[in-house]
Design a protein around this ligand. Structure first.
Ligand code: CP
Ligand code: NVA
Length: 319
C-alpha cells in the first residue's frame, strides 16, 4: 500500500490560486499514485465516515460522476442534490441553507452560476467547498488539464510542474469563458506560455488582469484575433464550447462569430511537432473542433476526462 503525503490542510478549493506551486506539485504526485494504484487492495480511505454534499445548479456528466466515484473510493459518501428539490429552490436563503447543511455534512462540491455563491457557502457552512464550475472559473478542470500534459512529459519521481514550465498552450474560441479565465490563471501559476485567440468581443475582460494582480501573478498571456499567430509552434491546442451553460440565448450569434476560430487540421499543422489537442468536453464536433482533429491520435480528450477522477481524489485528500 502506498502512503499518502501529509495533508496540506487547505480548507476549500474555489480557485487555481488556493494551492501554491509546491502544493500543486504534491497534488499531482498524489494523483499519479492514485491513478497507478486504483483498484488495488488497501487503498487509502481519508474520507471514511464522511458525507459530502454535491450541489449542482447546472448539468454535468464528468464532474458529477467523477466526484461521486472519487468520494466513494476514498471511503466517503457522496450526496447529490438537485437545487429544485431543496427549499433553496423555493426561496430559502443561501446563508441558511449553508448554515444548516454545514451541520450535517463534511464538505461541499458545488457547480453554480455566480462564483459569489461558493464564497458564501464557504463562509456560512464552515466546511470545505470545492468549485465544480462557476461562470467565472473551472479549477478542477485546469488542474486536470495541466496534470494530463505533465504526465506525458515527466516520468515517475520527476517534477510534474517543472515539466510544464515554458510549454506553449493556445486556447481558441470564447476567450472570456470560465475555461479561458481558469487557463489564464493556471498558466500564470505554472509558468506556461498562454496565447488566446478569438473574436475581440470574446476577449478576456479587464477583471481577469485584476484577478491576476490581486493574486500576485504575472499578467503575461497574449490575446490575438489571429488564430495562426496563436497556433504557431504551440505544444497544446485547446478549445471549449462556443456556447457555455447559461449562454444558450446567444447561440446563433456566437456560432457565427467564432467560426473562424475552429480548431482544424490547418491550425494543427502550424503547431509544434507532436502537438496535442485538448478539450474539457462536452464537445460539439464540427463547431469548435473539426471531427478529424477531434478523432485524431493527437486528441487526448478521453485521458483528460479520466484524469478528472484521479486529480479530484488528490484534491479531496488535501482539504
Ligand atoms: N468538463 C466538464 O466539467 O464536464 P461536465 O460538464 O460533464 O461535468
Ligand atoms: N465553458 C463550458 C465548460 C463546460 C465544462 C460551460 O461553462 O458550459
Amino acid at each position: 500500500m502506498f502512503q499518502l503525503q501529509p495533508n496540506i490542510m487547505k480548507r476549500s478549493f474555489l480557485s487555481e490560486t488556493d494551492f501554491s506551486l509546491a502544493e500543486i506539485e504534491a497534488v499531482f504526485q498524489q494523483a499519479r499514485q492514485l491513478k497507478l494504484h486504483r483498484g488495488k487492495a488497501n487503498q487509502p480511505k481519508p474520507l471514511d465516515g464522511q458525507t459530502w454534499a454535491m450541489l449542482f445548479h447546472k448539468s454535468s456528466t464528468r464532474t458529477r460522476i467523477s466526484f461521486e466515484v472519487g468520494i466513494h473510493e476514498l471511503g466517503g459518501r457522496p450526496m447529490y442534490l438537485d437545487q429544485n428539490r431543496l427549499q433553496m429552490g423555493r426561496g430559502e436563503t443561501i446563508a441558511d441553507t449553508a448554515r444548516v447543511m454545514g451541520r450535517y455534512v463534511h464538505g461541499f462540491v458545488i457547480r453554480t452560476f455566480d462564483h459569489a455563491l461558493l464564497e458564501e457557502f464557504r463562509q456560512e457552512s464552515g466546511k470545505p467547498v470545492i468549485n465544480a464550475l462557476t461562470d467565472w472559473l473551472h479549477p478542477c478542470q485546469t488542474y486536470t488539464d495541466a496534470f494530463s500534459i505533465a504526465e506525458r512529459l515527466s516520468g515517475e519521481g520527476e517534477s510534474m510542474t517543472a515539466a510544464l514550465r515554458g510549454r506553449k498552450v493556445a486556447f481558441f474560441g470564447d476567450c472570456a469563458c470560465n475555461m479561458a479565465v481558469s487557463w489564464i490563471q493556471i498558466a500564470a501559476i505554472l509558468g506556461m506560455e498562454l496565447r488566446l485567440s478569438g473574436p475581440a468581443a470574446y476577449a478576456p475582460g479587464s477583471q481577469v488582469d485584476s484577478m491576476l494582480q490581486q493574486a500576485g501573478l504575472p499578467v503575461n498571456y497574449l490575446f490575438t484575433e489571429d488564430p495562426k499567430v496563436a497556433a504557431q509552434g504551440a505544444d497544446v491546442l485547446y478549445t471549449d464550447v462556443w456556447v457555455s451553460m447559461g449562454n444558450e440565448d446567444e447561440r446563433e450569434q456566437r456560432l457565427k462569430a467564432m467560426r473562424p476560430w475552429q480548431v482544424n487540421t490547418s491550425l494543427m499543422a502550424l503547431a509544434a511537432p507532436n502537438a496535442i489537442f485538448m478539450h474539457c468536453l462536452p464537445a460539439h464536433e464540427g463547431e469548435e473542433v473539426s471531427s478529424d482533429v477531434y478523432q485524431s491520435p493527437a486528441s487526448i480528450v478521453y485521458d483528460q476526462a479520466e484524469n478528472r477522477l484521479h486529480v479530484q481524489k488528490a484534491i479531496l485528500c488535501n482539504l
